[in-house]
Design a protein around this ligand. Sequence first.
Ligand SMILES: Nc1nc2c(ncn2[C@@H]2O[C@H](COP(=O)(O)OP(=O)(O)OP(=O)(O)O)[C@@H](O)[C@H]2O)c(=O)[nH]1
Length: 378
Amino acid sequence: MKYLRRTFVGAVGQAWRGLAAELAPADPVSGFSQWRAGQLLRRVRLLAVLLAGVVAGGVVLDWLLLPSGIAGWTAVLRVGTAGLLLAIARAAYRHEGLHTAHGLLGAAIGVPLVVHVIGVALALGVAPTATVQLIYLLPPLAVLAVISPFPVTLREGLALQAPIHLALWIGAGLAAPALVVPVSLAGLLVGAAALWSQHVQLRTLLHYTRALSVDPLTQLANRRQIDRQLQQTQRPLSVLLIDIDYFKSINDTHGHAVGDEVLQHVADVLRTVVRHTDAVHPYSAGGCPHEVGRWGGEEFIVIAADTSLPGACAMAERLRETVERTLVASEAITVSVTVSIGVAECAPDEEAQATICRADAALYQAKDSGRNRVEAAA
Ligand SMILES: Nc1nc2c(ncn2[C@@H]2O[C@H](COP(=O)(O)OP(=O)(O)OP(=O)(O)O)[C@@H](O)[C@H]2O)c(=O)[nH]1
């Protein structure tokens, strides 16, 4: 067994170090050349076959060494093993070149990997033969590093460009440029996938996925992203709708370009004040940070996570006051702006859209009452 393990570790280590050497001088954004891609593919296949062999060996050991008819954690391991074998086989044989679908290997391995990790946790506690399991669980654990940027994507719902680190336990480091993208189903964030390939223009893809969620003028989250965030933010939450007062007359007096600068200025103030609030009152463990977005035209929105109405009103007052205090300097002129804000707390079982409607009603009330003020929804 020791000999087998040492042989395996040696072989995989060699393949892995080769892989690291292939990729080391690669361009961190555009990926690697065609020649390197071919080399990489051969290495991946070699590695995949090695992994498949070890995993298959583990299954056989399972059947031989464990009492027959065991369900529970061994069943979990076997299901995981089967999934992993499928993923490996798919990655190793179905794709002739590295392309986007091939890059989804990360996600394909991720699912059975989770099953494996659950299996390890259970195995460590109960099984005298846990080490047998660990021998064939080590390769998938090495791949665990592949999914390390995934939690960020899953939490934020944003695409990330990140080096994907391979080879945790062999000792050889490898940082391959990759794009981790959110995977949505019917508007719901259900997972994340890693894409890496010389054919995929990572910069373009990143730009494209970013354009789907960010307003180009203010660089705040756009309405689409805010809608998504609203679905994911846990209750309690409050919504602040912020509208610039007499914005049309700013446009009419100073021109559209100055109007754009005013929008950017207000966006900066919101971002800064809300971030500061995050730092002073850190959001709950595992929860979402407050989110600031452009709701449309001259209207902005803040989703205040884990915040009840009094806290949200205090935040709104701070925002209003800061906008009022700061002037927008544009070439030869300075413009002063104010905002009106409507605030509503999401009631238990209330749809987020209904909360936004109440915040909107409060905003109209603030406008009717003279502007440059905060109103809370009933
Ligand atoms: N510069 C610029 N103007 C925009 C943009 N989007 C919307 N607007 C303008 O924002 C103005 C909104 O005007 P109104 O809805 O009448 O509101 P207001 O003048 O702010 O008045 P109150 O909200 O009642 O205080 C319109 O003139 C739009 O053309 C943008 O991206 N840039």
